[in-house]
Design a protein around this ligand. Sequence first.
Ligand SMILES: [Zn+2]
Length: 261
Amino acid sequence: MSTCDQFRQLYEAYAIGALDVEERAALEAHLATNCPACTRAIEEARGLVAQLAYLAPEASPSRAVKKRILDAVRAGKAPAERAGPILPWWAWAGVAALLVGTVVSGWEARRESAELRKLHDELTKVEAQRRALAAQMEQAQRTEAILADPTSKQVSLATKAANLPGVRAYWNPKLGIVLTGAKVPAPQGNRTLQFWLVPKGSGKKPISAGIFRPDAEGNLALLIKEPPAAITDTAALAISDEPEGGSPQPTTTPTWVGPVA
Ligand SMILES: [Zn+2]
């Protein structure tokens, strides 16, 4: 058994600060030798714990609760057997996260039990929430960055309809396009709005950049991360009203058009 093996079950406990003094001193002495395997494992454990903390920022488990979870996991027992149903969902998620590491072995025999299935379900739910949140945040940050960047080119899309507002696009060569508008009426029924890049050069066909509908308030904030053409190859932006699912080419005269100067 290598030195690292004796620490393998302590990484997660170390990351949440639940090790006792001797264990922590021993692990830290080992980390001071710059062991790459243990250093990486600790970083991973910290990342996992940080995600859980991020999901439950108001819920900071007491040291006693942490200890009980860790003890239970190490002993291969479900915390519920000792603690009763007092553990909140996030603590269960914490236990489930701890199980993902090398501490699984003690639970192997109980894999089919209802409790483990519950833990697995919790973890799956937490992971799905985390991913959805991360995707939303990435989208919001990118939109903000495009709007704030002075190198983003602004394109005003005008309409001939007197009752409709104008729409504005911000095209950043590196980050993509954000299409913004307010009080934009939703298209009729199941119809959709479709965004087009009109290429430079005569006879070239518009390229679809996506379909969208404004939200219930008529707000529009469409992000196109990877526009299907370069800004230097594009003469104009256009939006047309199309059947559900969009069209390969515009089937109506575009409602909004703006030149890419
Ligand atoms: Zn090591």
